[in-house]
Design a protein around this ligand. Structure first.
Ligand SMILES: [Zn+2]
Length: 194
């Protein structure tokens, strides 16, 4: 998939480059005239397009995450406003202190959703045991942009890399049990009020 995206980007850039060349030729006249300036201008314009495109993409991505987080917290507040407020402060502290952004990937779950999850993977909690059904748990991913790449911490990431973010320590502050402490199940995305 990554390879596919890279090839796609290269094709897109080369198309943009030749499209720019056409426009610049139309503006500046003959292709033979000042080719160096034309190439420099072309590269400069491409850089601006890529930068603006990337900035727009990150703004839209963060906004979408913010809206999803808000909606998950609102659903939790529908069950218990105090618990939801505790999770909200936890999320805010992570973003203010760790340098990572939070994406809530699961909050309140219906009984049916939990039954389906248990069916998909027997290692998932049963309805009677899941704190998500009671509105007392959230699963989160963490992401951070470094240069043009985005680091992502998810369920399959190691406990050590989660610990390094300081998030399990922040969880202690709010008396949240971290799924990274489970003995027989790797669930570092999970934080619950038990
Ligand atoms: Zn969970």
């Amino acid at each position: 998939m990554r390879r596919f995206c890279e090839v796609g980007l290269i094709v897109l850039f080369s198309q943009l480059y030749s499209f720019n060349q056409e426009i610049l030729t139309a503006i500046m006249g003959s292709k033979k005239r000042t080719p160096l300036i034309r190439h420099l201008l072309n590269t400069f314009i491409l850089l601006i397009i890529v930068t603006v495109g990337y900035v727009c993409y990150t703004i839209i991505y963060d906004l979408r995450v913010h809206i999803i987080n808000r909606s998950e917290l609102n659903d939790l507040a529908g069950i218990n406003a105090d618990y939801a407020a505790r999770f909200e402060r936890f999320v805010n502290d992570i973003e203010n202190e760790s340098g990572w952004k939070v994406k809530i990937i699961s909050g309140l779950r219906s009984r049916d959703e939990q039954i389906q999850l248990k069916r998909d993977n027997p290692r998932n909690a049963a309805v009677s045991k899941s704190r998500h059904v009671l509105g007392r748990a959230i699963d989160i991913n963490l992401y951070k942009r470094v240069g043009l790449s985005t680091l992502l911490l998810k369920k399959s990431s190691s406990k050590a890399s989660w610990r390094k973010t300081g998030v399990p320590e922040i969880a202690k502050r709010y008396q949240l049990l971290w799924g990274g402490t489970y003995r027989n199940y790797h669930d570092p995305v999970h934080f619950e009020i038990n």
